[in-house]
Design a protein around this ligand. Structure first.
Ligand SMILES: Cc1cc2nc3c(=O)[nH]c(=O)nc-3n(C[C@H](O)[C@H](O)[C@H](O)COP(=O)(O)OP(=O)(O)OC[C@H]3O[C@@H](n4cnc5c(N)ncnc54)[C@H](O)[C@@H]3O)c2cc1C
Length: 401
């Protein structure tokens, strides 16, 4: 989306294009990996290293933290240009760079920042996010995993779920309950967990796409040294909010691998279906264009140094829904076989993958309904949800018993 570039931004975009042409040649074609091939995480480390050496790994971080000290909009420009290649980027690296390190930099001690920030930037540490549990997803403050103090350590017991890339992660960011007698948002503490610690059992969850990108993680008497606590005891909710704010700002999920409306229009023309599908295509196109202009407005705000408000979640909300509807339409046009058959045909797999990924994207990083609630309450000023758990100690809530 370069129609809004200022002269400086256009110059930066050109610089990035040149750098990518020199350094991302190996990623011109789709990676030779099947679904769920975990070698992508290792490839991700390598690509991260190349970016770090080129000064493009953390564009908007301050230079003293290993970044480029550039603007958030330059970060967006780099991502847009990078997305024109089949580079191995994804949560296996993104959780560390986009979520763990910003949280550590905001709440960590100088020693913690020193230990984790630069190695993560270089791809030497991969991270996973141990937040969700079977009874704590949208209602994250309901986590039941317990951490109890024992000398200089904490002893952790519980179960996490949907933990993306826990099977390749070196470290995890963990939210656990340290005081069940406090109200639910207050008795939580945030930890950094070495994934090689005894007592951690990572069990892959196989999804409908055949991939196993996320896991259940069982924690049994896992010992975490107190120096790996991030923030004060009982202040974990505030720390986790920093993580979630970064997650929601970063997740639109757009990529070259996914179909867009112009690929649907081409398909409809080829199959002689353009007329029949005209109205649906026009509606999808209008939503896609609306999103594009909304994002352009957000970029303009960023380039003026403004903060993005609660409305920024619209990007993911609209993108995931357009992707799901558009991919479904593509599969319809390709015929029944495309919906059911495994194939190597990139054009078909793009719609198949788009359809499956959209379903996950509508939940990950805040489900549609939660994001709509957020817009309703924080932006439109509508009344908040009724909170029956307000002021009640966690141990007295049904979920806490
Ligand atoms: C691809 C993917 C990757 C993920 N990776 C991670 C990860 O790495 N680490 C991690 O910790 N978690 C991860 N998650 C989990 C994710 O954060 C949760 O799935 C999400 O927060 C929703 O929680 P839940 O699954 O428990 O659903 P629930 O919270 O049980 O929600 C079920 C449905 O009820 C709706 N709902 C719930 N509460 C309300 C409400 N108050 N008002 C209206 N509707 C409501 C939801 O919108 C949803 O449609 C991942 C999820 C996905 C899909």
């Amino acid at each position: 989306m370069d129609f809004n570039d200022s002269p400086e931004e256009a110059a930066f975009r050109q610089e990035v294009k040149t750098w990518l042409a020199e350094n991302a040649q190996a990623y011109r074609e789709p990676l030779p990996l099947g679904p769920g091939d975990i070698r992508i995480a290792e490839m991700g480390r390598e690509w991260q290293k190349i970016k770090a050496r080129g000064g493009y790994a953390a564009i908007s971080w301050p230079t003293e933290a290993g970044g480029r000290g550039a603007t958030p909009i330059e970060e967006v420009i780099f991502a847009e240009e990078e997305n024109r290649y089949h580079v191995p980027v994804g949560p296996f690296v993104g959780i560390g760079v986009g979520l763990a390190v910003p949280t550590i930099r905001a709440h960590g001690t100088p020693e913690q920042i020193e230990q984790f920030a630069h190695p993560t930037l270089m791809g030497d540490i991969l991270w996973c996010q141990l937040f969700s549990e079977p009874a704590a997803g949208s209602d994250l403050a309901a986590v039941r995993t317990r951490a109890q103090r024992d000398g200089d350590d904490w002893v952790v017991n519980g179960q996490k779920v949907w933990t993306s890339w826990a099977h390749t992660a070196d470290w995890g960011i963990l939210l656990a309950r340290t005081d069940p007698e406090q109200v639910k948002h207050k008795g939580l503490t945030f930890f950094l967990l070495d994934m090689r610690t005894p007592g951690i059992d990572v069990r892959p969850i196989r999804s409908i796409s055949g991939e196993s990108e996320f896991n259940e993680v069982f924690l049994t008497d896992v010992r975490i040294p107190d120096r790996c606590r991030l923030g004060e005891v009982g202040a974990g909710w505030g720390v986790a909010m920093t993580t979630l704010m970064n997650e929601r700002a970063n997740s639109t999920g757009e990529s070259l691998l996914l179909p867009d409306v112009s690929s649907l229009v081409r398909l409809a023309r080829e199959r002689g279906l353009a007329e029949k599908n005209q109205r649906e295509l026009a509606a999808l196109y209008a939503r896609e264009q609306g999103l594009k202009y909304f994002q352009a407005r957000q970029l303009t705000a960023l380039s003026r140094g403004e903060q993005l408000g609660p409305m920024s979640v619209i990007s993911k909300l609209v993108f995931a829904n357009v992707l799901q509807d558009g991919s479904a339409m593509g599969l319809d046009m390709l015929g029944l076989e495309a919906a059911f058959l495994a194939t190597e045909d990139h054009r078909v797999t793009r719609f198949q993958y788009g359809y499956q990924w959209a379903a996950a994207l509508r939940i990950a990083g805040g489900a549609d309904e939660i994001l709509k609630n957020q817009i309703a309450e924080r932006e439109l000023g509508l009344p908040g949800e009724i909170r029956a758990d307000k002021g009640v100690p966690f141990s007295q809530l049904p979920v806490g018993r």
